[in-house]
Write a protein that binds this ligand. Structure first.
Ligand code: 7RM
Length: 655
């Protein structure tokens, strides 16, 4: 079990076809049908998307222009009016879905709750009125820092309902990281909980919010709204903090959805890049609603009676698009689980599948590898026969893990959709359509209709079959990010200028290396920039370096990723110390803890190596490429002639 090596992937040529029975009932039934859709979308993208917008969503007012493309800035469905909370809730209430389960929630300690569409609608309306009661208005931003409980989804939908943008911050981020995001987004209110369950312990979220807001360090925040989840002692500050259950008694359950412009801000979600602080990725209402709706419908092949479960956290884009918005817009039953894979309960995922009869299951390769290690006896002791479709996301899946997933979890009968996409793309871009596209273990297969994906060199030229290159997208799509919040220039530089635009031809540069095989199948290899992917969590090496050098003992730091059996990659930091400090085990622990405090536990370095000096070029740039080889324990490859001082490398090698 390990990350796919180039060798293993090059040898991987097994082809898996969906069963005739699966294809017959599927939304998209054959390869021919996929090709027809793909060619149709390619020939006239605007007609393709307009037709779907018209037939799949409810609009208060129709758009007058499908796409206004002023590269790299896109506007979709210009002057259209809609509300995503209306599309996710209200429109189902007049159908048989009114009393269908919208959300099935399972808490880590084993408590659970089911909300029908009518019940979820009521809760969302109340929450929306509570936000209004605190003065939140259309156009404001609301921070959401929550455990995986129904109120997280309710808060998101409530924001969307009144036209406030949410910015969800993953509950695993530290108070410092939360503060940075609230400041950047100038949030007016923070929605949180007293605590949440994570790996058998309570995470005290409200306490972190207090730290983030201490000493008026986020002046824009006037109030917090606190959900009681764990019931532990919680400090509430005078006029600032309100218990959700107290406000709930004061507000009505009547709150019509605000008509929003297609291009009104829906949410900001921060993501790591290769430089500087995390970027606020901006998604807007109409295009995002359509794109998450149709990708959910076709890729997860939703049927009316399906129970669908995506194991992501709502703090990440996968949770936004494929726990909340995509499934609910389709009127599906979506499962939300508070727990994470943990050795104290090695059957936890399989229990949820058995208990709720999950039919469609979507998780990450890192979780699959963790469960492989815990042993086949756990899934084998549960009844998983309800499953009919499996999905993965977040990082490349090694063929061994793919086969285990297919055999042990899917019983050999479920197609697997390996879905490639990013926070920036809003929704899935490269994937199998399960009834139509045969799969190969380790390949995300083919682009979704309307996605003109290509593999290019740095001049923007398509490379040949099986030649490696950069993954890029040639035409705008409705779910694409619109800008970096407050920094349109950074948006342009980061995604649209790696390949110099020629003749008005702009290319979206994804930051991933990939190749396409002789059948046109995409094989995504991983990031080509200084972003590392630890257990499916995306981290910028620069962020971790900044956290390290903010400690008084650290003079310089260089962070790289090394391959890890379970997590895909792990963090290795090379550190030089200020004169008065010397290496010790205590300092090592302290530095790891410091990173946890600055960013959160997901960024804790697996390894910190003290060094006298870091390898640099003559112009003073740290040669991370060499450190990457050193950290991975492989021979140093490539040119070392630009090294300023070769003895530095020798010393590092000797450890
Ligand atoms: C959805 C999500 C994005 C980065 C992306 C890739 C990697 C995601 C796959 C994958 C290979 C996949 N958003 N990635 N899915 N690599 N195969 N199916 O993960 O913004 O957090 O990360 O994740 O490197 O650029 S994300």
């Amino acid at each position: 079990m390990s990350q796919p090596t180039i060798e293993s992937i090059l040898q991987e040529n097994r082809l898996f076809h969906p069963s005739a029975e699966f294809s017959q009932k599927a939304q998209i039934k054959s390869l021919d049908e996929y090709h027809r859709l793909y060619e149709q979308a390619k020939a006239d993208p605007q007609a393709f998307w307009a037709h779907l917008a018209e037939t799949e969503l409810d609009w208060f007012q129709k758009w007058d222009t499908v796409l206004d493309w002023q590269p790299p800035f896109a506007k979709w469905f210009v002057n259209g009016k809609l509300n995503i909370s209306y599309n996710c809730l209200d429109r189902h209430l007049t159908t048989w879905r009114r009393n269908k389960a919208a959300l099935i929630w399972e808490g880590e300690p084993g408590d659970s709750r089911t909300l029908t569409y009518a019940q979820l609608h009521r809760e969302v309306c109340q929450f929306a009125n509570a936000l209004k009661h605190l003065g939140v208005q259309k156009g404001d931003r609301v921070g959401i820092y929550m455990p995986m409980i129904p109120e997280a989804a309710i808060a998101m939908l409530a924001c969307a309902r009144i036209g406030a943008a949410h910015t969800v911050v993953f509950g695993g981020f530290s108070a410092e990281a939360l503060r940075d995001r609230l400041v950047d987004g100038q949030a007016r209110v923070v929605v949180t909980a007293d605590g949440g369950w994570r790996k058998d312990a309570i995470v005290p979220l409200k306490e972190q919010v207090d730290k983030a807001l201490a000493d008026g360090s986020v002046p824009s925040v006037t109030n917090t709204l606190v959900v009681k989840r764990t019931g532990q002692e919680t400090h509430m500050l005078g006029d600032r903090d309100h218990w959700w259950h107290d406000l709930q008694k004061q507000v009505s359950a009547d709150c019509p959805a605000e008509p929003m412009d297609s291009e009104d801000l829906l949410f900001i979600l921060y993501t790591s890049g290769s430089t500087g602080k995390p970027k606020g990725v901006v998604h807007t209402t109409g295009g995002y609603n359509l794109y998450t709706h149709i990708t959910t419908k076709w890729i997860f092949d939703l049927q009316d009676t399906d129970v669908y479960w995506c194991t992501a956290d709502v703090g990440w884009i996968t949770g936004h698009s494929y726990i909340v918005y995509g499934p609910l817009s389709n009127g599906a039953t979506t499962v939300m689980y508070e727990g994470a894979p943990r050795t104290s309960n090695p059957g936890c995922f399989w229990d949820v599948i058995e208990k709720h009869g999950v039919n469609v299951f979507y998780t990450a390769p890192t979780a699959i590898r963790a469960f492989i290690k815990m042993g086949d006896e756990h899934p084998k002791a549960r009844n998983l026969s309800s499953l009919r479709l499996l999905g993965t996301v977040g990082e490349p899946i090694n063929p061994e893990a793919w086969i285990w997933y297919q055999q042990v979890i899917g019983g050999g009968r479920c197609p697997i959709v390996d879905t490639w996409w990013q926070t920036e793309t809003g929704g899935i871009m490269i994937t199998a359509l399960p009834g139509a596209i045969p799969t190969k273990p380790g390949s995300a297969t083919l682009p979704f209709p309307g996605v003109l994906a290509d593999i290019i060199d740095l001049e923007g030229k398509a490379v040949g079959a099986n030649e490696g290159g950069y993954l890029a997208i040639r035409h705008p799509w409705p779910g694409m990010m619109r800008t970096v919040y407050g920094d349109p220039d950074r948006f342009r530089r980061t995604y649209w200028e790696h390949v110099p635009p020629k003749e008005g031809q702009y290319l979206y540069f994804a930051g991933d290396g990939a190749r396409r095989d002789e059948d046109g199948y995409f094989w995504v290899m991983g990031r080509v920039d200084d972003v590392i992917n630890v257990a499916g969590h995306r981290l910028g090496t620069m962020e971790i370096e900044s956290a390290l050098v903010s400690h008084p003992a650290v003079a310089e730091a260089a962070v790289v990723g090394k391959p890890d059996e379970l997590k895909g990659q792990d963090i290795v930091a090379f550190v030089t110390l200020e004169g008065t400090y010397s290496p010790s085990d205590d300092l090592l622990k302290e530095l790891k803890q410091h990173v946890v405090k600055e960013i959160g536990a997901i960024a804790r370095p697996g390894e910190i190596r003290f060094a006298d000096a870091l390898p640099k070029t003559r112009s003073g740039k740290i040669m991370r490429r060499l450190l990457r080889d050193l950290a991975s324990g492989v021979e140093i490859s490539g040119d070392t002639s630009t090294l300023e001082d070769r003895s530095v490398l020798e010393k590092l090698r000797q450890g």
